[in-house]
Design a binder for this molecule. Structure first.
Ligand code: CP
Ligand code: NVA
Length: 315
C-alpha cells in the first residue's frame, strides 16, 4: 500500500486501497470497542496530544474526535478559535508552527479550504479536516462505513443519491464514493450545483474505479433505484443570512416519503446531521425504518479512530 498521506485535508488525499483499509480498520475497531486486547489499539496514541480546533459549532465531530483520541490512549485538547489568539488575528501560519511544537496532530474545523491548506503548509504535525466550506472528508469515511454495512459489506456497484445543496458534504461524498466504486448522483436546485472542479475530479476517480458520477436538477431521476438517499441542511454554517431565501428554492428537494419511494426497496436514508425535520427531510423518513442516521453518527468515532491510527499510529 502507498505511504499514508501526511495530512487528511480532502477525501481524495487517500487512494482507493487506503480508503478500503481505513473502512476495514473502522469495522474492526467498532467490533473491538471496550476490549483491552491489541485489536482495540488502546495505546496507539499513548503519550500523544491531538489539538481539536473549532472555528464553527460541532456536536458529533467534536465529541467523536475527543472520545476517539481518549480511547486510543492519547490526550485530546479541544480549543475554540475564540479562546486562541487565532480569534484575535494571530496568523494561521504562526498558529500552525506553534501548535506543532506542542501537539502531535491538529484537527480543525474552519471556513475556507485555503485556511486549512495554509495550516497544513506551516505545520509539522499532521492536519485533519474536521469540515471546511469545501469538504467534510471525515464525514464521508463514516458515510461509506455505514453504506458498506447496509450493502452487506460491498460498496462497489452501490448507488448513492444525494439530494440538496452541492456543499461540503456533497463534495466529500462525490470524491470518496467515486474512489470506492459507488455511483454518486447529486440532485440540486439550479444555482446550487457542486463545485465543477470537484465533480471533474470525481468523474476521473469514478472512471478509474469503474463507476460514474451524475449531477442533475432532477431529484426523482437521481433517487430512482438508489441504494441510499442522502441529504444535508439547506443552509450550511456560515450561510445563515441565506437560510430564508433557500427555503423556497430547495422546497422541491425535500426528501419526502414520496421521493424516497423511488429508491430501491431496501434503500437506506442517510444524513450527516444536524437535521431540520420538515425542511430537507420529512420526519417519516429520518425517523422511519430505513433511516441509519444514528449508526452513521456513531461511525464517525470508528472511522476517525482508524484515520488517527493510520495517520499517527506508526509515526
Ligand atoms: N455531522 C457533523 O459534522 O456534525 P457536527 O457539526 O455536530 O460535528
Ligand atoms: N453542510 C453542513 C454540514 C454540517 C455537519 C455545514 O457545513 O454546516
Amino acid at each position: 500500500m502507498a505511504e499514508f498521506p501526511p495530512h487528511f485535508l480532502r477525501a481524495d488525499d487517500l487512494d482507493a486501497e487506503q480508503l478500503t483499509d481505513l473502512l476495514d480498520l473502522a469495522d474492526r475497531l467498532q467490533a473491538a470497542r471496550g476490549s483491552t486486547g491489541p485489536e482495540a489499539h488502546g495505546d496507539a496514541l499513548a503519550g500523544r496530544t491531538v489539538a481539536l480546533v473549532f472555528e464553527k459549532p460541532s456536536t458529533r465531530t467534536r465529541v467523536s474526535f475527543e472520545v476517539a483520541v481518549a480511547e486510543l490512549g492519547g490526550h485530546p485538547l479541544p480549543l475554540s478559535s475564540a479562546e486562541l489568539q487565532l480569534g484575535r488575528g494571530e496568523t494561521i501560519a504562526d498558529t500552525a508552527a506553534v501548535l506543532s511544537r506542542f501537539v502531535h496532530a491538529i484537527v480543525i474545523r474552519t471556513f475556507g479550504q485555503e485556511r486549512i491548506d495554509e495550516l497544513a503548509a506551516n505545520a509539522t504535525a499532521p492536519v485533519v479536516n474536521a469540515l471546511t466550506d469545501l469538504e467534510h472528508p471525515c464525514q464521508a469515511l463514516a458515510d461509506l462505513q455505514t453504506l458498506r454495512a447496509a450493502r452487506g459489506g460491498q460498496l462497489a456497484g452501490s448507488v448513492l443519491a444525494y439530494v440538496g445543496d452541492g456543499n461540503n458534504v456533497a463534495h466529500s461524498l462525490l470524491l470518496a464514493g467515486a474512489l470506492a466504486g459507488v455511483e454518486v448522483r447529486v440532485a440540486h436546485p439550479a444555482g446550487y450545483a457542486p463545485d465543477a472542479a470537484i465533480v471533474a475530479r470525481a468523474e476521473a476517480l469514478a472512471a478509474a474505479s469503474g463507476t460514474e458520477v451524475a449531477v442533475t436538477t432532477d431529484a426523482v431521476a437521481a433517487v430512482g433505484g438508489a441504494h441510499a438517499v442522502y441529504t444535508d441542511v439547506w443552509a450550511s454554517m456560515g450561510q445563515e443570512a441565506e437560510a430564508e431565501a433557500r427555503l423556497e428554492v430547495f422546497e422541491p428537494y425535500r426528501v419526502t416519503p414520496e421521493l424516497f419511494s423511488h429508491a430501491a426497496a431496501d434503500a437506506v436514508f442517510l444524513h450527516c446531521l444536524p437535521a431540520h425535520r420538515g425542511e430537507e427531510v420529512d420526519a417519516e423518513v429520518i425517523d422511519g425504518p430505513a433511516s441509519r442516521v444514528f449508526d452513521q453518527a456513531e461511525n464517525r468515532l470508528h472511522a476517525q479512530k482508524a484515520l488517527l491510527v493510520r495517520l499517527l499510529g506508526d509515526r
